[in-house]
Design a protein around this ligand. Structure first.
Ligand code: NIG
Ligand code: FE
Length: 419
């Protein structure tokens, strides 16, 4: 039982059955001052004011057997849902980092043999247990920043064997982590070297071998495609989405990171989320606003690539599109595990309010993973995923950038302190 919470950000739904937040709903945090949360067996049981919690007859009777946490006026909010990460890699890409500082672009570096393909070589050579250890280390650090649910993609294997190995590494890491992990097959990250010039052959392997096998072995819930210049075309993406649909897997995609693409052609596949969205066609905004597809914005990538432009969050939010925020943790474009950092960038570079950033990092992240009925808010019946920050006001979470003020995280009721 957590008591004396200075600001308890419940993010409770405005009405039963509410979906992802849009427009002004993103500013509604459902704050309870001097709040309390009671959890039992990994679930939230009740939420309210401390004085009411302490007066409750069940609490009075059972108080001695409760683990009581005095939050000393700090902020408690739903654990972050990091709905877009690529944690299955081995080494940082330091040469890419230096080359970019010298002035080469992400695409130039990829063309010169760096980029995603350089991470593939080491992932293919590395045993599964070592990959799983890398993922476990990342998950622990994410929890230290307040994250309790993580979507993890494969995508640096790019062969049936190595994509399966990557997804098994994610599965094995999940066994050692009390939080919730959602796995995504990103076999279509780029065309691997051995298929250069014959991408169609590789797409067939993704569609006919990888996807059916991953579905059969239940190694992933989603199929992702990097649909952009230098990666996969709109036609190839649709082909992959059809295969996913046939195998009963849901879809999501990297879209509009490097170039504009018409989104409306993909909405019939009901993607859970379309991510990056640096370039969005104006005509697609109203289509997106009518759908439940979340647009997941990844400002860590813009920051790390040193770009001046960021996704136009204001246009999307004001146009009624549900937006989420995630880290895009990966070795090439966003080596950060910190959701508060992503939120800070959203505030300073995308002009999202601190409240919008909180909602995008919690409840809308949950919807981006189709977990909105279990995750992303502090309401009775939901999973006990909570983060306590050593601050008095939630706006300090994106304000104090670059540090870590998360004091304690509860993942499905299991406590993880920073120390
Ligand atoms: O989300 N855009 C494609 N995928 C990653 C980058 C991966 C990499 O460079 O290793 C992204 O930014
Ligand atoms: Fe990504």
């Amino acid at each position: 039982m957590l008591i004396n919470i200075g600001q308890l950000l419940t993010l409770r739904a405005a009405f039963p059955g509410a979906g992802p937040r849009r427009g002004s709903e993103l500013n509604e945090l459902g704050i309870i001052k001097d709040g309390a949360v009671l959890c039992l067996d990994g679930k939230i049981v009740s939420v309210g004011a401390t004085k009411d919690a302490l007066r409750d007859s069940w609490v009075k009777q059972n108080r001695r057997s409760l683990v009581e946490v005095d939050c000393a006026n700090k902020v408690v909010l739903p654990g972050f849902v990091d709905s877009h990460t690529h944690p299955v890699f081995v080494n940082p890409r330091l040469v890419d980092f230096e080359k970019r500082i010298e002035g080469l672009s992400y695409e130039d570096i990829a063309a010169a043999g760096g980029g995603i393909r350089s991470s593939v070589e080491t992932v293919r050579k590395t045993p599964k247990a070592a990959l799983a250890a890398k993922v476990t280390t990342a998950l622990k650090q994410m929890a230290a920043f307040g994250t309790t649910t993580v979507e993890a993609k494969s995508g640096y294997g790019l062969s049936v064997v190595s994509e399966i190995k990557s997804l098994e590494a994610i599965r094995d890491a999940a066994l050692n982590w009390p939080g919730t992990l959602v796995a995504t097959l990103l076999g279509a990250h780029v065309v691997p070297k051995e298929f250069q010039g014959c991408s169609q052959k590789y797409v067939e392997i993704v569609c006919k071998e990888m996807i059916p096998l991953v579905a059969k072995r239940k190694l992933a819930q989603f199929v992702d495609v990097f649909c952009d210049q230098g990666a996969f075309t709109a036609g190839e993406t649709q082909q992959i989405f059809v295969a996913a649909e046939k195998s009963g897997l849901s879809v999501r995609a990297h879209m509009g990171q490097l170039s504009e693409i018409r989104i409306s052609q993909f909405l019939r596949f009901n993607p859970a989320s379309l991510d990056h969205m640096d370039h969005v066609n104006e005509g697609d905004i109203s289509q997106l606003a009518k759908s439940n597809t979340v647009c997941t914005l990844l400002p860590g990538a813009n920051y790390f690539l040193g770009l001046n432009e960021y996704p136009n969050a204001r246009r999307l939010i004001d146009g009624g599109v549900p937006v989420a925020l995630a880290t895009d943790y990966n070795p090439g474009t966003s080596p950060t595990l910190s959701m508060p950092m992503a939120m800070s960038l959203a505030c300073t570079h995308m002009k999202m309010s601190p409240a919008e950033a909180v909602a995008a990092a919690t409840v809308n992240g949950a919807w981006a993973l189709r977990l909105g009925d279990r995750k992303g808010s502090i309401e009775p019946g939901k999973d006990a995923d909570l983060a306590m920050f050593d601050v008095e006001d939630y706006r300090e979470i994106p304000y104090w950038f670059g540090g870590n003020h998360c004091a304690v995280t509860w993942l499905n009721g299991v406590v993880a302190s920073r120390a």
